[in-house]
Ligand binder design. Sequence first.
Ligand code: ISE
Length: 338
Amino acid sequence: MNAQDFRIGVVGAGMMGADHIRRITRSISGANVSAVIEPDTGRAQAALGDAPAAQAFTRVEDALDAGAVDGLLIATPGFLHEPVLLPAIEAGIPTLCEKPLTPDPESSLRVLEAEQAGGRRLIQVGFMRRFDPEYRQLRGLVESGETGELLMLRCAHRNAVVPDSYQQESLITDSVVHEFDIVPWLAGSPIRSVEVKFARRNPLTPERLREPILVLMELENGVLVDLEMNVSVQFGYQVSTEAVFSSGIARIGEPTGLQTWHAGRFSMGEHADFTTRFATAYDAQVQAWVDASRAGTTTGPSAWDGYRVAVACQEGVASLGGGGQRTIDVPPTPAFYA
Ligand code: ISE
């Protein structure tokens, strides 16, 4: 740690917040955790163990008033994002906000208005897949045209299990939310419509959930996307994509790492959850945010991307509730975000 470091206040010290605190302390250069903002004292104390230089606060306003931070990383549940984003914008503090930006389009619009009124972009949304090396390679392939035109994306998003807080709508707002960002980014085209279909129910899924689901997306450029969203697969965590081009196929998200041939069997490890599957992406995302913030710029997904995804989630939830195929209507990107 040195005096020129970018001082980060991490808001929320649950699973993701604690993971980011460890990451900033151990792997990110040019930054340190200067504040842990968390009302739960047990969590705050545990987090401080990984952030030797940090002060503890229970409210973001206190950390801002104390001049304790140069940037904020928000890792609280989505419904608590707006009350942190608005004072951060008011104070002119660059902020990396875990997904979603906010839980609905109306609150996302309020954040956009505040950011535009301040005259400078300050928010990066934590859609970390954009920083995953394989997703970047696939996007590069689409852009290069080497395998022809992109026609379809066949995606799978599988969680071993989900926590008790995960509800039916979370299938869209907590999980498919990632595809609503990454699919248009990969294919270079916005989503025109979304439709959810139910597979035969997994008997191992918690009582309160009905899944797996199949999510169909049509993009403005005609690309068709199907996504298997499945949160009770038991064996591990997988996020994969097969891209169908006019003259080729590409796949990302296949298992990698140690392969073992033993006792008549071939085996490979599988991730247990997203913290290891996307560890490289999280590291790159936070480093890019720190570097851009220190240079007085922004990078990665903007608040406008967060708003677009909030609209897609609203329609996805409506389809999940029996609304059939839903159109996604988002106005053109304002110049401020272009
Ligand atoms: C979780 O909240 C995440 O953001 C993960 O990336 C996602 O794969 C998972 O389904 C969500 O529950």
